[in-house]
Design a protein around this ligand. Structure first.
Ligand code: PRX
Length: 639
């Protein structure tokens, strides 16, 4: 990989070049990929609209870069290693050649089911190889995939399907997660009662859960593959895509309204995920790379599927959960497949740390060379445990900061190349120009300063729009600060110039590394008939990073415990179990300013049990509300 940075000096040099002449820099990197036709213009952009185009005029198909181009050299090399939920079930390995064949087969299935370039396909599958196959098959024929995480509810799926007017849904009868079976098809059936656009549902057999198959709409994955086999497995050539054609939509929560569909396009995303995968982790040919994320999130898209496969890597995917059958499961997997690079989330590290060291002891982790962290700030205790118990003090840890909207890593150390510091994402990758902004819209220069993190210049992996609502993209990311992409994160820059992400500065929570909008949870809670009003804040949670704290005004006649359970059920129905509040406190009033605005700052302080800095409450309509809330919180803590 000619674009791999090997020393700190090379990093500095690459960084300088990327800032001085971004077009030259990214053009050279893009030359390492296979283009059906070369671009005519590397970059055109303005952040006002925003209107961002990378590699304009270039023709490309990302699956040719992830599959076809490796066949000659790596045809028999494992592309995907799949570890099932149940360790007694056989694992599966798909070589590059086998994966290409399966992707071509399923691409034909998609075409047979009337899917064409530009059509939207919703994928709601468990973490099985067929999920990778489905994603790549869409990309091969130019259909736009919208993967929905298997933990989301029927309502969430329906909202996503309707927003993107998906024509097809790909799901499974059910999925395994630890001891649970997720009834995926049944959830899809519920969702589809609200969706007019869906013509077909392709159903994979996984759990053998009894399901309903609707005549004319639902077909089995296996039957469809059989049909293609009886046709003699015709090859399915990769569709020629414009560099700026949409590759996928992925929904993510913001501080207002429903989740928005982040749109990533083909050429820039391909170049950026490949480049960052190879560099951040210092991937070496032959490495076994294990990312524990779910493909339902951006980490899985970029760093289980597209990034590793475009670099010809072996990507290990895991169907289950870190604690099943016991809290040593990750380490068993590392030992079994001699994993070299492990990429996981602080929440998983903290939860496994809490089970004690006995689950790590005796496991052979000597194959590990690089460790990665993603999704939320990693606290020092978790960092140290990861470093000592898992990395045995020998593995660099890359703390990768980025977002769904970014496509790939923006600020991160590079394994063994740049320095590392617990709690610090450290330095921007080449091509990334971060800046800190103050409340008046001025850039904060110098070091040992904090501010709101923005990015000044486009990078190839950035979002281009939000599906069906460009104005929302503009308002959310490009309007807070003129000519800058606003991340929504707060950040500290140390005296050495190292970046430390301090967390969201908007009303977005980060629960177990998953982004959850407070407004979204409030809307779900407010749908319960006993609820008058609610306010959600985050609070520090030992395992999840942030927990969800709900203040709820309910009708007076309630049975509190019953209503609490009903509210949890309502949130699970409307969003999914991941958004369930950890604490529900019933209150008579919420602290509001005279203009009726909820003062969340106060609610946050009470939830954090930090009463020393409650601040000025005199501007409240009724300051005595705060005392009642403090007393209620105290009771919950004592209980
Ligand atoms: O607050 C930051 C946090 O996660 C947010 C992005 O969430 P999402 O789009 O779901 O993507 C998660 C996986 C890329 C960011 O705005 N975040 C992500 N990585 C880190 C982080 N916070 C601190 N350190 C990180 N390494």
């Amino acid at each position: 990989m000619s674009f791999q940075i090997k020393t700190f000096e090379e990093y500095q040099d690459a960084y300088q070049r990327s800032v001085k002449d971004p077009e030259q820099f990214w053009g050279e990197i893009a030359d390492n990929f296979f283009w059906k036709r070369k671009w005519t213009n590397v970059l055109s952009w303005n952040f006002k609209e925003p209107d961002i185009k990378w590699f304009e005029g270039g023709k490309v198909n990302i699956t040719e870069n992830c599959l076809d181009r490796h066949i000659y050299q790596y045809g028999d090399k494992p592309a995907i290693i799949w570890e099932p939920n149940d360790p007694t079930e056989a694992h599966r390995i798909l070589s590059y050649k086998q994966l290409l064949n399966k992707v071509e087969q399923f691409s034909t299935v998609l075409k047979n089911n009337n899917i064409r370039k530009g059509d939207r396909v919703c994928i709601y599958l468990p973490m099985v190889p067929e999920l990778v196959i489905a994603v790549l098959a869409c990309a091969r024929i130019g259909a736009i995939h919208s993967v929905v995480f298997g933990g989301f509810s029927a309502q969430s799926i329906a909202d996503r399907i309707n927003d993107a007017t998906c024509k097809l849904v790909i799901t499974a009868d059910g999925g395994f997660r630890g001891t649970k079976v997720l009834e995926l098809k049944s959830i899809v059936d519920d969702a589809l009662m609200q969706c007019q656009s869906v013509e077909k549902v392709i159903v994979l057999t996984r759990s053998r859960t009894p399901i309903a198959m609707l005549k004319g709409r639902d077909v089995w994955w296996e039957d469809e593959i059989n049909k293609v086999e009886t046709q003699g497995n015709p090859p399915c050539p990769a569709e020629e895509m414009d560099a700026e054609d949409t590759l996928f939509i992925l929904y993510t929560s913001g501080s207002t309204g429903k989740p928005k569909g982040v749109v990533h396009t083909t050429g820039g995303y391909m170049v950026y995920t490949g480049y960052t995968f190879a560099n951040t982790f210092q991937y070496a040919p032959g490495d076994v790379y294990f990312c524990t994320a779910d493909i339902g999130w951006i980490t899985g898209h970029s760093y289980i599927v597209y990034g590793p496969l475009s670099q010809g890597a072996t990507s290990l995917m895991f169907e289950g959960v870190p604690t099943f059958p016991d809290a040593g499961r990750f380490w068993d997997i590392v030992e079994k497949y001699k994993v070299n690079i492990l990429y996981t989330a602080p929440t998983a590290i903290r939860s496994l740390m809490a089970f004690g060291d006995s689950f790590v002891e005796g496991k052979d982790l000597s194959s590990l060379r690089v460790l990665g962290s993603v999704g939320e700030p990693i606290n020092e205790e978790a960092w140290n445990w990861y470093n000592e118990k898992i990395g045995k003090g020998k593995c660099p840890i890359v703390d990768t900061w980025w977002q769904t909207e970014n496509g790939g890593h923006l600020i991160t150390s590079i394994a063994g190349v740049t320095p590392q510091l617990p709690g610090y994402a450290l330095l921007p990758l080449p091509g990334v120009q971060p800046c800190l902004m103050d409340e008046n819209g001025n850039e904060i220069e110098g070091n040992d300063v904090s501010g709101n993190l923005c990015i000044k210049f486009p990078w190839p992996g950035m979002l281009r729009t939000t599906w069906g609502d460009h104005e929302r993209c503009k308002q959310t990311y490009f309007s807070t600060y003129a000519d800058k992409y606003f991340t929504g994160d707060g950040c500290y820059r140390s005296p050495e110039g190292y970046y430390r992400i301090t967390g969201r500065v908007d009303d977005v929570l980060n629960v177990s590394g998953h982004r959850i909008g407070t407004a979204e949870v409030e809307n779900a809670i407010n749908m319960h008939s006993d609820v008058v009003e609610s306010a959600i804040v985050g609070y520090p949670h030992a395992v999840k990073g942030q927990g969800i704290y709900a203040y709820v005004i309910a009708h007076h006649h309630i049975d509190a415990e019953k209503t609490r359970q009903d509210i949890l059920q309502t949130v699970t129905r409307i969003i999914g179990a991941i958004a369930k509040p950890d604490i529900i406190q019933f209150v008579d009033e919420l602290p509001k300013t005279r203009s009726g605005k909820i003062m969340r700052r106060i609610l946050r302080k009470v939830a954090e049990d930090d009463l020393s800095s409650l601040g000025d409450t005199s501007t409240l309509q009724d300051p005595s509300v705060v005392d009642a809330i403090i007393q209620g919180a105290e009771k919950i803590r004592q209980a």
